[in-house]
Design a protein around this ligand. Sequence first.
Ligand SMILES: NC(=O)c1ccc[n+]([C@@H]2O[C@H](COP(=O)([O-])OP(=O)(O)OC[C@H]3O[C@@H](n4cnc5c(N)ncnc54)[C@H](O)[C@@H]3O)[C@@H](O)[C@H]2O)c1
Length: 368
Amino acid sequence: MAKTSLWLRCETKEFERRAALTPTTSKRLIDAGFEIFVERDEQRIFHDSEYEAVGCTLVENNSWPTAPTTTTIVGLKELEESTDPLPHTHIQFAHCYKNQAGWSTVLSRFHRGGGTLYDLEFLADASGRRVAAFGFHAGLAGAAVGALALSSNQKGEKLGHLESFETEAALVATVKQLLGGSGKGVKALVIGALGRCGRGAVDLFRKIGLAEDDIIKWDMAETAKGGPFSEILDVDIFVNCIYLNSAIPAFITRNQIVAAGTQRKLAVVVDVSCDTTNPFNPIPIYTINTTFSEPTEAVDVGAQNPPLSVISIDQLPTLLPREASEQFSMDLLPSLLKFPNRQTAPVWTDAERLFKEKLASAVEVEVV
Ligand SMILES: NC(=O)c1ccc[n+]([C@@H]2O[C@H](COP(=O)([O-])OP(=O)(O)OC[C@H]3O[C@@H](n4cnc5c(N)ncnc54)[C@H](O)[C@@H]3O)[C@@H](O)[C@H]2O)c1
């Protein structure tokens, strides 16, 4: 039987240094009989030589369109905008199943090329739980940026441009150093604390030295009484990590913040959930997504009151590309190992059924 070939393409989005396949998982796949091609990529956190050392075949940057159509192309983020037909099978996050801007154009490229999309966001196990997600590192990175913003805030400065960190240890050391050696004394509240992002945020606060009593962990039970919550005003950093799927009262409002005047402790809000444009965004105190170049946005709380910064970066795991990629890719590995027999593996047959449903609705839209 011919070997299954996977082709790791480069990522083209600015700041994106993560990879869906790492040298570790590539080696595991090669040992299981796969053939792995890797596009040379300066931007990726893993060096080309790390892939070469485990037996991957290196190929030219962004050359996947020339790969044999029997090869499956693996990536993370969306492909660059184009109308070219897509004849390959792709495994990636395509962000085109929830009627996002341009969704039908993306799917119609697969229709015209005869290709197949397995969207990573919709690969789920028998209980419906996603097999691989970046949430933990999103929460961890969000809490870290929050702590960095607090330290800048305390010095009367604005947090500047951020670069990704080589390792989590380097990130933790930097945050601790900027907080004067430890985060001890800082008080934080995490909402959605039982989820992937929430657990990552709590983990970071522990690692930088916050006392356990100073990490307040809320989930559904604690917010059941309905917001806004005055408790949020009494912590230094508030991190929102909920998965929003219905209309809920706001957790915090601008009026409440202004009314608290100088009594407010709250200095930084990190909205990991980033439901920025959702009409039910429970943090309706900001309107834009912040970026690694401009990580914080000042909330207008009145000149007489202490400043308040919001962080709403929607690619937080990119701050820790190595660990985030390793964890994601290891979680994806068991499903990838089933890929050669995908006609009998529910994780892949379900994803293919979903693709076909979405493709059919896209074709209707495009034809009309
Ligand atoms: N900013 C980024 O870079 C980034 C990266 C990854 C994920 N996310 C987003 O983070 C959000 C959370 O993702 P996740 O993977 O952690 O989800 P998850 O399902 O693992 O966890 C969500 C948690 O929120 C809790 N929750 C839901 N509604 C709540 C409410 N009203 N009050 C209190 N708790 C509530 C749930 O009980 C659960 O514990 C998603 O919206 C996801 O898109 C953002």
